[in-house]
Design a protein around this ligand. Structure first.
Ligand SMILES: [Zn+2]
Length: 313
């Protein structure tokens, strides 16, 4: 009796299996449809979030701010006008008032910014919308040359003096060694820019806390950046400084955030643009950076000179 029941069950199972195969058009056989798909790139370590803290002018107040970033393992991007380095200058501000600024010295630059990125800011801080093409090139190239020499690093980033930029200015910048340049126009979002040479930041330092919780909570698997800009000399010792301390403390040590400089981030974005995706094969050319891929099967890294074939059914 028992044997008969088992036989019937096996017959039923076989029948169901055949019907299922017929219904599926024998789709169980290997097909040429890829199961894995390329969604987007991820940042190094498989992260999707990044933080850039970009501060201008190279005044001595940078010393305190860079030390704060050091404490919380945050990478700053410090945009420095090379001409006033080591001097004290009197600047005219609104209402006929003046402001006295002291700039970091040549000897201390490497120490202060040891863990941070150093970027250009126009040799004498002229407004690029009010000077000729040759003067713009001079402002940038003098900065790059001096800062390269002083820091023994390759300077690739810049913040526009007064944030002044437009399309034609950015095209002039494109002819220099600068790969990315920041304005002061807030986007109030975490999107990557269309044009790295007109990189509008998320917000100024005094608004950063307003965006903090949303960014910390975000689980979106799409490349983003929280880009804060400001002047260390505006932070003072009161509420604005306290807010900066609170911001750094809260955003530090997050496993899903890449703490980086704008040049490093731009370099990575440009590297992702060199990756070729064709016929389910992803190729990272030789000499490129290692890139991280966000595939439907998970995050994987692809070294330069290597390729990956998306898995088939
Ligand atoms: Zn400035």
């Amino acid at each position: 009796m028992m044997v008969k029941m088992i036989k019937i069950s096996i017959r039923k199972l076989l029948f169901c299996f055949i019907v299922l195969m017929l219904l599926q058009g024998f789709d169980y056989l290997p097909s040429d449809k890829p199961t894995d798909t390329f969604n987007d790139f991820a940042y190094p370590g498989g992260k999707y979030k990044a933080l850039i803290m970009s501060f201008d002018d190279g005044c001595v107040a940078d010393i305190k701010l860079a030390a704060l970033f050091d404490k919380y393992k945050i990478i700053g991007t410090f945009n420095i006008s090379s001409d006033p380095i080591g001097t004290t200058q009197i600047w005219s501000i609104k209402n006929g008032d003046t402001i006295r600024q002291s700039y970091v010295s040549e000897e201390t630059i490497l120490k202060i910014y040891k863990n941070h990125e150093i970027a250009a800011h126009g040799a004498t801080h002229k407004n690029f919308l009010k000077i000729s093409k040759d003067e713009i090139l001079d402002q940038i190239n003098v900065d790059i040359q001096k800062l390269n020499l002083l820091t023994r690093r390759k300077i690739t980033s810049m913040a526009y003096p007064f944030g002044a930029a437009n399309d034609s200015v950015s095209k002039i910048v494109a002819g220099t060694a600068i790969t990315n340049a920041r304005t002061v126009k807030s986007t109030n979002n975490f999107e990557l820019p269309q044009n790295l040479l007109i990189w509008n930041p998320t917000c100024r330092d005094d608004k950063a806390l307003n965006f903090l919780d949303n960014y910390l909570k975000s689980k979106e698997k799409k490349l983003s950046v929280f880009y804060v800009w400001g002047h260390s000399w505006e932070l003072g010792n009161g509420k604005r400084w306290d807010n900066m301390v609170e911001f750094c403390k809260s955003i530090s040590n997050q496993k899903d955030i890449w703490y980086t400089g704008s040049g490093t981030l731009a370099h990575y974005i440009n590297a992702t643009k060199k990756v070729k995706i064709k016929d389910n094969i992803i190729t990272n050319p030789k000499g490129n950076l290692t890139v991280w891929l966000n595939l439907s099967s998970g995050v994987t890294k692809l070294k330069p000179g290597h390729q990956i074939e998306l898995k088939m059914l």
